[in-house]
Design a binder for this molecule. Structure first.
Ligand code: HEM
Length: 408
């Protein structure tokens, strides 16, 4: 006789059937936020059958709790929605503390203050060079012409890659992202393997010719010791592969989103031009409004009940940073750009807890440099073509063709 399944049975525990909570595919720049508001109101722990089936947290409190509680919510089983064919474990994201800690510790010196001061100069130079054609031509595609290039060039500097290798990694990264968006499993596997090969070549090179481990991430991983032993080869490979991609996608789409924001609100460009001291607060507010991730995920290590809904062990839960950052119980007037939020909790666009974004400071320099350039040079932005959007796990446009009215 078949043993009885004594685990909680999710189907009958809530007035919403888990089959029909929501359809995940939503087109357009604003529509996903409308969907998240609706779900947060009527079903804050929702289930979709799309993309293999997943739960979705839309409340700030639930998302913040999940990312801060790795004993219950692990990243080891599935860390994004949709799940893609896994080609290997990639620390630090794919491990829980304490296993993930040696990888973060090895990388931490790469983000120290002294290097960030150097990044300020380098990133501003790259940003100004990439933005110049937009001034010369009074327009262009802010994603394809600018925000694809900026993080890729920064990554090339970060890893000490040749221009040619940096371009290859960026192109493969783009292919990989598009493959995920199209859920083309064969292409996901193939492009992921190419990125693994690039990571493997870098490791070989640094084994032969080590660089300063306080400046070179691959040499840092190779020099790291945990309990007096080197880190395992396969996990060094996974970490380098993770780093090759993790910092590229979010800045690309996020800069597209802020271009759309400023096209709708030229008065915000004017405000920042007149008072550049407001730019840091504006960058935080833009990150809150247009957080570029909706589908980083966790799975519970045991069956749990959240808001009356049973979630079984290992079922994926998308933690929507996009939705959490517009939760009206935390942020007043949540869809509005406001610079007077100092009494409200911090947004969680960079996550929180043990997996909080390691590249936050570098990302902030890229974004701030971009907003400064826009505020200094641009009076008005007109969108002059279609704006295709990314889909899960990201949020934001892939292309934003613009015509610019420049400051006299
Ligand atoms: C707008 C830009 C960016 C945003 C919004 C962003 C956001 C995030 C978020 C939300 C996480 C946590 C994921 C989770 O908890 O599951 C994360 C992790 C991470 N990010 Fe970023 N990121 C950005 C740019 C970058 C850049 C430029 C780098 C590298 C130079 C980077 C490196 C990392 C790494 C290494 C992790 C994994 C940390 C860990 O698992 O311990 N990110 N990022």
């Amino acid at each position: 006789m078949k043993p009885e399944d004594t685990r909680p049975q999710p189907r009958n525990t809530h007035r919403f059937s888990r089959d029909h909570d929501f359809t995940a595919t939503v087109d357009g720049f604003d529509e996903i936020h409308e969907l998240f508001h609706d779900l947060r109101r009527r079903c804050p722990v929702a289930h979709s059958n799309d993309m293999g089936g997943f739960w979705l947290y839309t409340r700030y409190e639930d998302v913040a709790h999940a990312i801060s509680t790795p004993k219950v919510y692990t990243t080891r089983v599935q860390n994004i929605v949709p799940k893609v064919a896994s080609t290997g474990r990639r620390p630090p994201l794919h491990l829980d503390p304490p296993e993930h800690t040696p990888y973060r510790r090895a990388l931490a010196p790469l983000f120290r203050k002294e290097l960030l001061d150097e990044w300020q100069v380098k990133i501003r130079d790259i940003a100004a060079r990439l933005f110049q054609p937009f001034i010369d031509d009074k327009g262009g595609d802010m994603c394809r012409g600018y925000s694809y290039g900026l993080p890729a060039e920064v990554l090339a500097e970060f890893f000490g890659l040749s221009d040619q290798d940096a371009r290859k990694v960026r192109d493969q990264g783009q292919e990989f992202t598009i493959a995920i968006e199209e859920m083309d499993l064969e292409k996901i596997q193939a492009t992921s393997l190419v990125l693994y090969e690039a990571a493997g070549r870098l490791i070989l090179d640094r084994k032969e010719t080590p660089r300063d481990p306080r400046r070179d991430p691959v040499s840092a991983m190779l020099a790291a010791r945990h309990n007096d032993a080197p880190l395992p080869d396969d996990l060094i490979l996974g970490t380098v592969r993770q780093l090759l991609l993790v910092g590229i996608i979010a800045p690309t789409t996020f800069i597209g989103s802020i271009t759309i924001h400023f096209s709708r609100h030229p008065e915000h460009l004017a405000l920042l031009r007149d008072d550049p001291a407001k730019i840091p607060a504006a960058v935080e507010e833009l990150l809150r409004l247009y957080s570029p991730y909706r589908g980083f995920a966790r799975t519970p290590v045991e069956d749990i009940v959240v808001n009356g809904r049973h979630i079984c062990q290992d079922e994926p839960i998308a933690l929507s940073f996009c939705a959490a950052n517009r939760d009206p119980s935390v942020f007043r007037d949540p869809d509005t750009f406001r610079l007077d939020r100092s009494d409200e909790p911090d947004h969680i666009a960079f996550g929180r807890g043990p997996h909080m974004c390691m590249g936050r400071d570098i990302a902030m320099i890229m974004i701030t440099a971009t907003v400064e350039l826009m505020a200094r040079h641009v009076k008005e932005i007109e969108i002059v073509g279609p704006v295709p959007m990314t889909t899960w796990p990201e949020y934001g446009p892939l292309s934003v063709p613009v015509r610019l009215a420049l400051v006299d």
